[in-house]
Design a protein around this ligand. Structure first.
Ligand SMILES: Cc1cc2nc3c(=O)[nH]c(=O)nc-3n(C[C@H](O)[C@H](O)[C@H](O)COP(=O)(O)OP(=O)(O)OC[C@H]3O[C@@H](n4cnc5c(N)ncnc54)[C@H](O)[C@@H]3O)c2cc1C
Length: 370
């Protein structure tokens, strides 16, 4: 039977009015993600992601030759600022799904591109990333947590990837693994192949609906046809690996801070005492937004780590200020201010290089860096 539903217009640029329409729909659905079902499993934002696919969001991230709209970094920042001010969970999941998508597109592997890109663009195939154990997780351990060995057919993976968002929903995962001699690979692992065991999603301080799990690889043999990069040393700092962190984390932090600040501004219309802090936070937000857009467009670059620290500071302060404005009502489940505060904490741990963590610690302890 033919569906009567009219397909929404795809969002072809950040100024496209369809972006506001998508945000309105996401706003209506945002609270649903806060309510767990029996067994404390929080709902995966299926409807939200289907909407994003219909509105062409997954196409923003890919070049036109792969069927995408080829948005540049500044346009992506503008798109993410809107989405993340409405639904952080959906926006965060999209960063991980499109992280996989872009690494696949930028690889030199025609087989993987032809096989996966059409489904990734339409939203019918879900891929995510398990790479942080090569960058910001488990770096203090003497042994890599996910080891690779070459076999006749391809590679044998053994160990685990500690954090994989959307793992329970994924058809494939872009995984990083390390050889005994220090070389590393990035490879697509289909989740149905023998030995891939996905833990139940973690219950998190926020974003439990992101279904983030540890994924175990028990002697998993992966065909060489799925290889994206390597074997090479520091695969994450070269070529297709070189896109972790960057300005994306800043953008989502600013999106969230923006939501909290807009709430304060609305409240300040009837409450004079709130006007100065609301205005001050809005000014800081405007300044950081400009720095972000100047950096993503290369007009004037601020180092990602420095901008990250400033955005982290703003999102923590702005969300807590919104809670103070909402008072006890904001502390009641269902009010967005409480959720914003929990979500802001994520920026202290998400893809955070040690330099940013140290900066945060010194700031919290109110001491100047040495
Ligand atoms: C909700 C969520 C979703 C995520 N999604 C993804 C994803 O989809 N894909 C992905 O690749 N990554 C993802 N990440 C990973 C993320 O980007 C970071 O890599 C991660 O938060 C780092 O935390 P960790 O506990 O693994 O750090 P670790 O540095 O491994 O710390 C683990 C523990 O070791 C201790 N420790 C740390 N350093 C030392 C030291 N020098 N000496 C002794 N002990 C130490 C710490 O106290 C800590 O308790 C996600 C993380 C979260 C929280």
């Amino acid at each position: 039977m033919k569906s009567n539903k009219i397909k929404p217009a795809e969002i072809k640029s950040p100024s496209d009015p369809s972006l506001k329409k998508l945000c309105t729909s996401l706003h209506r659905l945002a609270f649903d993600l806060e309510i767990p079902s029996e067994g404390y499993l929080y709902p995966w934002p299926q409807t939200q992601l289907e909407l994003c696919a219909q509105y062409g969001v997954f196409k923003w991230f890919l070049e036109e030759r792969y069927g995408g709209f080829g948005w540049n970094e500044e346009e992506l920042a503008l798109g993410y600022l809107e989405l993340s001010s409405i639904c952080q969970t959906t926006s965060f999941i999209i960063t991980q799904l499109t992280g996989a998508c872009r690494r696949i597109a930028q690889s030199l592997n025609d087989y993987v591109r032809d096989e996966l890109l059409p489904g990734l663009l339409s939203g019918s195939h879900v891929s995510t990333v398990g790479i942080s154990h090569l960058t910001t997780s488990k770096q203090h351990l003497s042994q890599p947590v996910l080891r690779a060995m070459e076999t006749e057919k391809g590679f044998l993976l053994d160990g685990f990837s500690p954090w994989v968002t959307g793992a329970t929903q994924a058809d494939t995962i872009v995984v990083g693994a390390e050889f005994g001699d220090g070389r590393q690979i990035l490879i697509v692992v289909p989740t149905h192949i023998p030995g891939v065991k996905i833990d139940s999603p973690d219950q998190l301080v926020a974003f439990s609906s992101s279904h983030t799990s540890r994924v175990n690889f028990e002697q998993v043999e992966v065909d060489a046809k799925w290889l994206l990069a390597g074997p090479i040393e520091n695969v994450m700092s070269r070529g297709i690996g070189a896109r972790t962190g960057g300005y994306q984390t800043c953008t989502l932090a600013l999106g969230l801070a923006g939501a909290a600040i807009e709430f304060m501004i609305t409240e300040s219309r009837n409450r004079q005492d709130i006007v100065p802090p609301a205005k001050a936070l809005k000014n800081q937000w405007n300044k950081l937004r400009k720095m972000l857009l100047d950096s993503t467009s290369s007009r004037q670059i601020t180092r990602a780590a420095s901008l990250r620290q400033q955005c982290n500071s703003l999102v923590l302060r702005a969300t807590q200020a919104s809670l103070a404005v909402a008072k006890g009502s904001g502390f009641v489940f269902g009010h967005p201010a409480g959720r914003w505060c929990r979500e802001a904490l994520f920026f202290m741990v998400w893809s955070c290089p040690q330099s940013v963590i140290n900066g945060q610690l010194y700031q919290l302890a109110e001491i100047l860096p040495e």
